[in-house]
Design a protein around this ligand. Structure first.
Ligand SMILES: Cc1ncc(COP(=O)(O)O)c(C=O)c1O
Length: 466
């Protein structure tokens, strides 16, 4: 590997596009605000620099850093001739095999757990939604945007969760941000798993509430936080996930929810990576753990992962959902309704899920096979729990970048992740298994990975520690 190729691998990793988890945003401020807070304060009396038309943000620290980073990546990619895996131009659905870089790549980077994003019934339903209702809702639901498809999907989701009602939205990220922003205020607290998704962190910022983290998936840590801090706040919302996307760990949803109840807290569970994956029928953690719908106040999920569409949802108490639909900015109010084709696609995805539970069984057969193949080859899977999210730990930014770039050259696409999205020394490649991968694809990838990781170990220690 040439010097410039190493540099490219490092820079690609530094800009891996992964969403920083709450662990990496421990300050209640977002990273942007945190950086600005760290910048030297300009005195009120200092003359203000004129920035000129169209260039008002050119010297913004994050804009300038991003522009520098992308220029370096473009230059290095050009010099080294290595493909840039970020924003990889793709000319096919996000299936197990994709068309990119004028070739076919075996793909492990899609959240398409059940192959529904390109299932003929889902695609056909999206087209029907387009034909019948047009490309856009063209209004918020409140003012003339309501179409029967919304209610249909919401009824089905509410039934699955055994709760009063549900609401579909345009985005999973906005669902977390908007729901928490709407429900909590200055006198309240969100008590979050340390690895909670950035969208929840955004919600706490919108809300202006306090955020306190407890140790990842640790009931004792939650109990300790609640014992020490619960009495200092009015409302408290405990926010956890069903399946953590950086580590492949499984949320101890029932235990954590029960502790939250002891301390009179509300509970919100993000099922972005667990709906469609856990439970015999893929109905998520409620089904998996045999919970009652009301054990959790807000079941949140996305339409953009296992369901093969785009958007978000929440399910819970009917009055709460009604209030959210009428009044919550960003999820229903002051924003357009979800695109009709997305909702008809999600409905079809849900129908396939209900009619073909064997997809979920196949997903887990493949998951067991791939995890065993990786472990048999001595590959480090961190703290993952044998789920479809397989984090392959390759310590050292340079080594992880080398493995990712080499795999891409040899026809396998899996993203590398480094700090701040994961701790230094825990750099990794993330593989998402789907029900549609074949045994041959999984085993050949495990072989290639073992070979490539062995080669990466030859990269000098000082380079790996960059
Ligand atoms: C845990 C979690 N919550 C929420 C989201 C946001 O969902 P969406 O992609 O539908 O906006 C994601 C997206 O990756 C996620 O991983």
């Amino acid at each position: 590997m040439t010097e410039s190729a190493r540099d490219l691998a490092r820079k690609l990793l530094a800009g891996n596009g992964a969403t920083p988890s709450a662990a990496s945003t421990v300050t209640p401020l977002g990273t942007g605000a945190a950086q600005r807070a760290a910048a030297p304060a300009t005195s009120a009396s200092a003359p203000k620099k004129r920035r000129g038309p169209g260039r008002q943000f050119a010297d913004h620290p994050e804009v300038a850093a991003a522009v520098r980073k992308w220029a370096a990546i473009d230059a290095l990619s050009e010099q080294s001739g290595m493909a840039n895996p970020l924003f990889l131009p793709r000319n096919s659905p996000n299936d197990t095999v994709i068309r990119a870089l004028d070739t076919e790549l075996l793909n492990f980077s899609a959240y398409n757990y059940l192959g529904l994003a390109n299932h003929p019934r889902v695609v056909e339903a999206a087209k029907r939604g387009l034909d019948r209702y047009g490309a856009s809702a063209a209004a918020s639901r409140i003012v003339a945007g309501e179409i029967p498809l919304y209610g249909e999907l919401e009824r089905r989701l509410a039934d699955i969760y055994q709760v009063g009602d549900a609401m579909v939205t345009t985005s999973g990220y906005l669902t977390n941000a908007g729901v928490i922003g709407f429900l909590l205020g200055e006198r309240d607290v969100a008590i979050c798993d340390a690895l909670i998704h950035g969208s929840v962190v955004s919600g706490t910022q919108w809300a202006g509430c306090r955020r306190i983290n407890f140790r990842h998936n640790d009931p004792e840590s939650l109990r300790q936080v609640l014992r020490m801090s619960r009495s200092g706040f009015d409302r408290a919302l405990v926010v956890i996930e069903g399946h953590y996307s950086m580590d492949g760990t499984v949320g101890r949803v029932d235990e954590l929810a029960a502790i939250a109840r002891e301390y009179d807290c509300a509970v919100m569970v993000d099922e972005a990576h667990s709906f469609g994956v856990f439970g015999e029928h893929g109905f998520g953690m409620r089904e998996q753990l045999g919970m009652a719908g009301a054990d959790v106040d807000i079941w949140m999920g996305t339409l953009s992962k296992a369901l093969g569409s785009c958007g978000g949802f929440i399910a819970g108490d009917a009055d709460l959902i009604r209030a959210m639909k009428a009044s919550a900015p960003g999820v229903a109010m002051l924003t357009g309704g979800p695109a009709p084709s997305n909702i008809s696609a999600a409905l079809a995805g849900l129908e396939v899920l209900i009619e073909e539970p064997q997809r979920v069984a196949r997903l887990w057969d493949n998951t067991r096979l791939f995890n065993a193949a990786l472990r048999d080859r001595g590959i480090d899977l961190g703290v993952s729990e044998g789920t479809p999210i397989c984090p392959v730990i390759v310590p050292g930014e340079m080594r992880a970048g080398f493995v990712s770039a080499t795999l891409l050259q040899r026809g396998v696409y899996a993203g590398a992740i480094s700090a701040p999205a994961v701790p230094i020394g825990k750099e990794r490649l993330r593989f998402f298994v789907t029900s549609e991968h074949t045994e041959q694809q999984l085993v050949s990838t495990a072989d290639l990975l073992a070979e490539t990781i062995a080669a990466a170990e030859q990269i000098p220690e000082h380079a790996a520690a960059v």
